[in-house]
Design a protein around this ligand. Structure first.
Ligand code: 4LM
Length: 394
């Protein structure tokens, strides 16, 4: 029996109520079944009419997936959650539920490049406009809202430059205009930041990242009220069919068990690496909310319990030097994605954020030479030593 008063470090281990009632299995079973037998024809009809609860078909719901959804709702302190095949599937389903032809959404400009690409290419085809603003400028954000704005979307800390957005201030604006505030909590995870407790209405995750934690699964999650999650499931997910597989849901449930301890290590390693880089003579600037000179440091302190495992930096050199640096790394892996146990390094302007034009990168505050680091859980001395030897390569 899960108790609401348990601390989050207990909830990540026990929150899924994983012990199987039939067999006592401590690890939740993987219900690898596409369809579920009815007791009789009347039962089947009642299930499809929604008169009784139960499983019918795995696109509409599956017990392993439900286990993950219960646990994510607990961790984010929401009423309900919905799992998807990817973070992008979660985002598009959410937007398609809330917006129709002629509507718009207001979003921070500094976001994952795939979200920006979806705004620019997919949404216009459905008559939906995404208006990107500097979310640190609350007046600009508020002035961009009109009576066809159906949601406000922010990411904090933001991909790829760790810009921090004030969740409570955005929530105040959203409430005053009667518009839901959606927070992409991928970088922080519920261990470090719980946006619903700060006034947000919906939380979204690329669960591919820290929730899974091992670089072996692509998945997404939305958390919110029961009414809103039911709407997203019935009005959109069931039709577009971007459901998670039972096995991937199980991998996330396994990942969650170690989320709290992994986050503690990611945070302390990232702080060590940020300090190391900020004193390095070949590094121009380090973007990490845990450093006192980071412009979002005070807000990050107030809305997060620690500063996370992601950082970005610029070297004293040109794009060719950045390439030489990245190609000289021996321990850190040159790859997109983040939140894995392994340290990952990438050049956003040419990869994750290649959908941004140079002008859009400037508007989002992302330098063309920025290097992003997802600090892993290895020995921090080895990570710093690898960065140090590669910084001598140009
Ligand atoms: C990356 N990110 O940055 P799926 N929200 C945030 C993200 O960072 C991502 C998504 C949503 C990266 C992927 C290649 C803050 C993705 C989208 O990739 O669809 O699970 O999540 O390296």
């Amino acid at each position: 029996m899960v108790k609401k008063e348990w601390g989050i470090e207990t909830l990540v281990v026990h929150g899924s109520e994983g012990i199987d009632k039939h067999t006592g299995a401590v690890s939740p079973p993987i219900y690898q079944s596409s369809t579920f037998a009815f007791k009789d024809s009347n039962h089947g009809e009642a299930l499809f009419k929604g008169e009784v609860t139960g499983y019918t078909y795995s696109r509409f719901g599956n017990p392993t997936e439900a286990c993950l959804e219960r646990e994510m709702a607990f961790l984010e302190n929401g009423e309900d959650a919905l799992a998807f095949a990817s973070g992008m599937a979660a985002e598009t389903a959410l937007i398609m539920t809330l917006c129709g032809v002629g509507d718009n959404l207001v979003s921070s400009a500094t976001i994952y490049g795939g979200t920006h690409a979806m705004y620019k290419t997919l949404l216009p085809r459905f008559g939906i406009q995404a208006r990107e603003v500097n979310a640190a400028n609350l007046d600009e954000l508020e002035a961009t809202i009109d009576d066809r704005t159906k949601l406000i979307f922010i990411e904090t800390p933001a991909n790829p430059n760790m810009a921090i957005v004030d969740i409570q201030s955005c929530a105040r604006i959203a409430k005053s205009r009667g518009i839901p505030l959606v927070v992409d909590n991928t970088f922080a995870t519920p261990i470090l930041q719980r946006p619903l407790e700060l006034g947000a209405d919906l939380v979204i995750h690329s669960a591919t990242k820290y929730i899974g934690g091992h670089g072996d699964t692509v998945a997404g999650i939305v958390v919110g009220t029961k009414a809103m999650i039911t709407r997203i499931r019935k009005e959109t997910l069931n039709h577009i069919g971007s459901c998670i597989s039972p096995f991937n849901a199980w991998l996330l449930l396994r990942g969650l068990k170690t989320l709290a301890v992994r986050m503690r290590r990611h945070c302390s390693n990232a702080m060590r690496v940020a300090q190391y880089l900020s004193f390095h003579p070949r590094v121009k600037v380090v973007h990490f909310p845990g450093l006192k000179f980071h412009p979002g440091h005070d807000i990050a302190r107030s809305q997060m319990s620690d500063f996370g495992g992601m950082l970005a930096f610029e070297i004293k050199g040109n794009r060719e030097d950045a390439k030489k640096f990245m190609d000289a790394l021996e321990l850190c892996t040159n790859a997109v994605s983040l939140g894995d146990c392994d340290t990952l390094v990438c050049h956003p302007a040419s990869t994750t954020h290649s959908s941004y034009t140079s002008e859009q990168l400037a508007d989002a505050g992302v330098a063309e030479g920025l290097i992003r680091l997802s600090v892993g859980i290895e020995d921090p001395r080895d990570i710093c030593a690898d960065l140090g030897q590669a910084l001598r390569a140009f």
